[in-house]
Design a protein around this ligand. Structure first.
Ligand code: ZN
Length: 258
């Protein structure tokens, strides 16, 4: 049993999703710097006079005073830290930002707290709000989220034979969790081709913090290639949320890193 949380505490959080509860309340799904993924109940915010309602919008970065309650903590005070106005004026950017929130909703369980995830999400939202190519911070976030939750794709060694990947076009298998070399391709029937150029950008994205990754943005064709590959992998992982897969992959990554 974890110790009971204090009666009142302040958290800095990003609002992932809200839904109506009862006659005038809203439940918030949050990812906070202090506590990770959680929920909070905002009472009375659907009433016209509510002063907290404006702060409690999806994708807002907020500071909340939470009061302990038996089921979900209650939002006693709310203050906007960053509302990302440029996201709300641009349909494409807003769609990318919503996708980031959805990824955290789907990959992170309530009560899970990954060090670095709050900062990664905040940076990705800033990136989507301001970057000339807002899809690039999304790809960076996808790779880093995958690493944090234990599904980092293997990009250096063939996931079938273990050989170091040679500088030539390769294949990527969502089911194997990484690259498959041309010799092993027949053993990974659902693998998709990936050019060496795209693979190099993927590796760069995977090992770099956002401040480095944002400095070199590949052309649209490479970005589309990487997007397709990551979509296939994210979909596979979400449809096969078996703990066994996760553990196997962690072991494989650890072995490779030695
Ligand atoms: Zn191989």
């Amino acid at each position: 049993m974890s110790p009971r949380p204090p009666r009142r505490r302040t958290v800095e959080a990003i609002i992932l999703r809200l839904w109506d509860v009862g006659e005038a309340d809203r439940m918030l799904s949050l990812y906070s710097r202090e506590e990770g993924k959680g929920r909070a109940l905002a009472k009375g915010v659907r009433r016209a006079v509510s002063r907290r309602a404006g702060h409690l919008q999806p994708l807002n970065r907020v500071r909340l005073l939470l009061a302990h309650a038996r089921q979900a903590p209650i939002v006693a005070q709310a203050e906007t830290v960053e509302a990302f106005p440029s996201l709300r004026q641009d349909v494409t950017r807003y769609a990318y930002a919503t996708h980031l929130a959805e990824l955290v909703e789907r990959f992170v369980w309530e009560g899970e707290h990954y060090p670095g995830l709050f900062t990664a999400l905040r940076d990705a939202l800033y990136g989507v709000a301001t970057a000339a190519q807002p899809d690039w911070p999304v790809r960076h976030f996808e790779l880093h989220l995958l690493r944090l939750v234990g599904f980092q794709p293997e990009l250096q060694h063939c996931t079938v034979c273990g050989a170091r990947i040679q500088p030539q076009d390769q294949f990527f298998s969502p089911a194997h969790g990484g690259v498959v070399c041309p010799r092993c391709r027949s053993q990974a029937p659902n693998a998709r081709p990936v050019t060496m150029r795209s693979l190099k950008f993927l590796r760069h994205l995977q090992r770099s913090p956002w401040r480095v990754a944002r400095q070199v943005v590949p052309p649209a064709a490479v970005r589309r290639d990487i997007e397709g590959l990551l979509q296939a992998y994210l979909t596979f992982v979400l449809e096969h949320p078996l703990r066994g897969v996760r553990v196997q992959q962690q072991l494989r990554n650890e072995t490779r890193q030695k």
